[in-house]
Design a protein around this ligand. Structure first.
Ligand code: ASP
Length: 351
């Protein structure tokens, strides 16, 4: 009898270990996850900065060059996603193309500080884990978005800055360049223009020439075939910035945010206002708590809340169903998007 009881006990223990506990609750959660994670759809959206970008100030050659680079970059990310790669990989590789171009205020084309140096900021976030990485004020890292990813994956931290971030970059084997790599004639001229205006007091910090001296921050938001969202942003910040100023781009929640439950967002514009408005997180929070769509949430945050604060700029975002938003309250925003069907849209001005 005792043997039978022991045998039954062991059999019961074994069967409990083998069978996953399926309750009504977990069935519902699984079902919701299934709805929230559409398999096999994917999409990607990028920006190359927002500001007073007017057609009358643009030559056809310049316009064509911007459009071609945006198209080249988004196609890199789109191919990764189409082949089943992750949204994080798509973000990094897409942003690398923009960072390596002198056209944008990120990586190679970074704007100059008041001291004539370049200090770069970047961040990335994984919507499936809510893990994030960011760097601020780096001067020798060729692709700051790669370093942000290393911080996320290979360190216990979220945000590293300055010489410590550069040491970490070396330890991770990232490409280090001489600071002169970031020199471009056009950004140096922009610094001289802004300095001249400020010295002669012909423009205050709040004038358009100063506000718009930062064009070209780059960012990307993507949904992969596995239903995972990610976002990333990379910038040189603001022309003539002083005192190791750090903008919104490396601030998780302001410049970048991603959450599989809602959306992935990358911001561009006057960073101080994006930090005060927690713009990227606010869009996600509006969707989560109010149950509104990505488009509604983006409009509310960019056209009402940010504007009321006095902030200018925009965002690109994608939700967990692949819907895209490209919202800005400036005259223009360099942008592009591509969906699972391969439809491509590239834009610069408010159309
Ligand atoms: N948001 C960036 C910053 O303030 C600049 C930009 O997006 O144009 O550093």
């Amino acid at each position: 009898m005792q043997k039978i009881i022991i045998f039954l006990g062991l059999a019961l223990f074994w069967s409990c270990k083998q069978q996953p506990k399926e309750t009504a609750d977990t069935t519902v959660i699984n079902a919701v996850e299934e709805i929230q994670k559409p398999k096999n759809t994917f999409g990607i959206v990028i920006h190359g900065g927002a500001g007073t970008i007017l057609k009358k100030n643009m030559t056809p050659e310049k316009e064509a060059a911007y459009k071609a680079k945006l198209e080249e970059a988004i196609k890199v990310g789109h191919t990764i996603l189409k082949n089943g790669g992750t949204s994080l990989e798509a973000i990094e590789k897409t942003i690398n193309i923009l960072e390596n171009s002198p056209l944008f205020n990120a990586g190679k084309g970074a704007v100059f500080t008041a001291e004539g140096t370049n200090e770069l900021d970047a961040s990335i976030m994984d919507g499936s884990t809510l893990n994030a990485g960011a760097v601020a004020g780096v001067k020798t890292v060729k692709n700051p978005i790669n370093l942000a990813k290393e911080v996320m994956i290979n360190s216990p931290h979220v945000l590293l800055s300055g010489s410590g971030a550069e040491l970490f970059a070396k330890e991770q084997g990232l490409e280090i360049v001489d600071p002169s790599y970031f020199f471009t004639e056009s950004r140096m001229k922009a610094l001289e223009r802004v300095k001249e205006k400020e010295t002669n007091k012909t423009a205050s910090f709040y004038d358009p020439i100063i506000k718009d001296s930062k064009f070209g921050t780059v960012g990307c938001a993507a949904l992969d075939k596995h239903g995972n969202l990610a976002a990333g942003t990379s910038t040189g910040g603001m022309t003539n910035k002083k005192w190791n100023r750090i903008g919104d781009s490396p601030i998780i929640g302001a410049g970048t945010y991603a959450n599989n439950a809602t959306c992935a967002v990358s911001s561009t514009g006057w960073g101080e206002y994006f930090i005060r408005g927690m713009v990227a997180y606010d869009i996600s929070a509006m969707m989560e708590y109010k149950g509104i769509s990505l488009q509604e949430a983006s409009e509310k945050v960019i056209q009402d809340k940010l504007k009321n604060l006095g902030g200018t700029g925009g965002i690109v975002a994608i939700d967990n169903q692949g819907n895209v938003a490209m919202e800005f309250n400036t005259a223009g925003m360099y942008r592009a998007t591509m969906n699972a069907a391969g439809d491509l849209t590239v834009g610069i001005y408010k159309e």
